[in-house]
Design a protein around this ligand. Structure first.
Ligand code: NDP
Length: 600
């Protein structure tokens, strides 16, 4: 079937028109305001269902390093700091354990979408061999605990604790950290790894409160109600239940097959189909693992993945999956081009051709697996990187089960919730349970999403400093905010498909700087205003944000079709992509001169 789709010549103009029509019918004037924050509007649905909250006395002590967020960012920075000899590292985490997104997302079928060999951080340091090419969530959560235990990060950690305020005390050169548990302690350095996708949101539909059945967001899965376990045991509680899933993004793609397997009836409410390519998961064998690993193997694999997604011509593709496939296709087109056509425009045209070919195959897959009207409705009409690409070998297949019904809304979405169920296309679907697979906030102000503001030198608020867009050196350091590290991807290796790679790299940098500052007896370190400006100017010479064009169908990549305006301009990465950033920063670290930073 894929070969038929390929054989048919693509009418580029017609396809562009179709993509534009599909986008236009999804554009809404309320943009991101169509959503409401789970914690703010429905706090009863936001409660942590996984770990009971323990009472404890407030902390009023001092630590060398406080890190906000106990996901991958906090864990890898903590690990590298421990290796650098910093023993009192305190991680503050709002969940009941380490894991971040992997703590909250325990929905059935959750698994990593990027190969475990490169996605699960510190495999080499912890000696863990992933069990599958794409590990499932329980294994990833266990791995987070493993990092916490290996690097002794548990004793000092504060769980079920939210930072409310961070304030620089210039007199003492310390940060004052305040939390919702009454803590008020000091830290010489702070790190923030609050994550890009952690604030759960619901569609702002009328009637959510009126529903008399059970409802929850995917990041608060209620196994007491559904039965089963995150490990995949059957959800026996759903055997006599009619379930609605609202949303068809990357989360729903993983949830649907499992609920389809166990529920009496499943209604999947679709506004925009995801592109769902094949997954090809497989167990990893010990002999193979021993053969391909050796000192430094994980960094080599991560770098190879980045190279395969970039513009270079790497000799091998170690991961070899759906992510690297697109990169390979573009390169194949470029290789076939006469040299005089290898201009930026020529390369963009090659990108479009490769994308059209790929998306034709993905649409043909929906038709071949599901067929009929549902198969047509499951076809995604946009370029692959307009929305998060999905990969699954059981999602489309679920729609061939008699109990699983696709309710396509032709871009309009669910209209309202009633006492008894869900209204879509003017029809009421009576259900016992509603699962909101409606995603997480993106693009709201950093401090609003993090849940606290930061007050730096001279009373400067980070929210004010970043009001016109983020400003940093290397995405990590901010002028006016001494001894602070923002561990995230923007202005660094932005748009990287393997996010933890960026986090581990930042962790190396943080540990290197702190070790130097401590060794030399410095009180503080901060980027100069000039260095920060030079970095921004340099980044702005690049192509800018490449995800989330407003030509794409609406979604969180493009602020629901409205774009991020001036803010978006600053959500850029290194002009030469993730590979360019890693090369630059590696040389910067090796130089040992900490160019752009001022120690005092
Ligand atoms: P998304 O924001 O991607 O999806 C939300 C879904 O809800 C969309 O399909 C959206 O439709 C739909 N929706 C919103 N309002 C309505 C409505 N009124 N009626 C019907 N549908 C509606 O959230 P996800 O949780 O799926 O994924 C978020 C991100 O989390 C991913 O992009 C990915 O980065 C990450 N993730 C990673 C995974 C991994 O690595 N293993 C797994 C899962 C998630 P529309 O598209 O029209 O807006």
């Amino acid at each position: 079937m894929a070969s038929e789709a390929l054989a048919a010549p693509v009418d580029k103009e017609a396809l562009r028109r179709k993509y534009a029509e599909e986008r236009d019918k999804r554009l809404r004037t309320d943009g991101s305001a169509q959503y409401v924050r789970l914690e703010r509007e429905y706090s009863d649905l936001a409660v942590d269902p996984y770990t009971p909250r323990k009472e404890r006395a407030p902390r009023t002590d001092h630590v060398t390093f406080a890190f906000i967020g106990g996901g991958f960012a906090g864990l890898v920075v903590g690990a590298r700091l421990k290796d650098a000899g910093i023993n009192d590292v305190r991680i503050i985490e709002k969940g009941g354990d380490f894991g971040g997104t992997w703590y909250w997302n325990r929905y059935p079928g959750a698994q990593c979408d990027t190969a475990s060999m490169i996605y699960m951080p510190l495999l080499e340091e912890t000696g863990h061999m992933p069990s599958e090419k794409y590990a499932h969530a329980p294994e990833i959560r266990d791995h987070c605990s493993r990092i916490g235990e290996t690097f002794d990060l548990y004793d000092n950690a504060l769980f079920h604790t939210q930072v409310t305020d961070l304030e620089w005390d210039a007199g003492r050169s310390v940060w004052i950290v305040r939390t919702d548990r009454g803590d008020e302690f000091t830290a010489k350095y702070v790190g923030m790894g609050t994550g890009p996708l952690h604030v759960a949101k619901l569609p702002g539909l009328p009637g959510i409160d009126e529903f008399r059945g059970k409802s929850f967001h995917t990041s608060r899965w209620d196994y007491e109600y559904t039965g089963g376990t995150p490990e995949g045991d059957p959800m026996t509680g759903l055997a006599d239940k009619r379930v609605a899933i609202i949303g068809t993004g990357a989360t729903a793609v993983q949830v649907v097959p499992n609920v389809s397997r166990d529920a009496k009836e499943l209604y999947v409410f679709q506004r925009t189909p995801s592109s769902v390519d094949e997954r090809n998961n497989k167990p990893l064998e010990r002999d193979w693992f021993d053969e391909v690993t050796g000192p430094g193997w994980q960094k080599k694999w991560q770098e190879n993945f980045v190279a395969n997604l970039g513009v270079g011509f790497p000799a091998e593709d170690l991961v070899d999956d759906g992510w690297t496939d697109l990169g390979k296709r573009i390169r194949a087109q470029v290789i076939d081009m006469p040299p005089e056509q290898r201009t930026p425009e020529g390369i963009m045209a090659a990108f479009e051709d490769a994308d059209n070919q790929k998306m034709s195959e993905i649409r043909a897959r929906a038709e071949a697996i599901v067929g009929g009207e549902a198969g047509e409705k499951l076809k995604a009409w946009y370029r692959q990187l307009c929305k998060r690409p999905c990969f699954h070998d059981e999602y489309l297949q679920a729609f061939t089960r008699p109990n699983t019904h696709l309710v396509d809304t032709d871009g309009k979405g669910v209209e309202r919730i009633t006492e008894k169920g869900v209204i879509a296309n003017g029809e009421e679907y009576e259900v016992d349970c509603i699962v909101y697979a409606s995603g997480f906030e993106v693009g709201t102000d950093f401090h609003d999403r993090a849940g606290f503001d930061v007050t730096g030198r001279d009373g400067q608020k980070l929210s004010d400093y970043w009001a016109g867009g983020m400003r940093s050196l290397h995405g990590l350091h901010v002028h006016g905010f001494p001894n602070m590290f923002v561990v995230q991807q923007n202005q660094a290796a932005a748009f990287i498909a393997n996010y933890p790679h960026n986090l581990v790299d930042h962790a190396d940098t943080v540990a290197c700087i702190v070790k130097h500052a401590e060794g030399e007896g410095h009180a503080s370190v901060e980027p100069s205003a000039e260095a920060e400006q030079a970095w921004i100017d340099f980044l702005l010479t690049g192509p800018g944000a490449r995800l989330g064009s407003t030509e794409c169908t609406p979604g969180y990549y493009n602020n629901e079709g409205q774009g991020y305006g001036e803010q978006e301009r600053f959500a850029m990465g290194h002009p030469a992509g993730a590979q360019g950033f890693f090369t630059h920063i590696d040389q910067w670290r090796k130089a040992g001169t900490f160019e752009g930073l001022e120690f005092s």
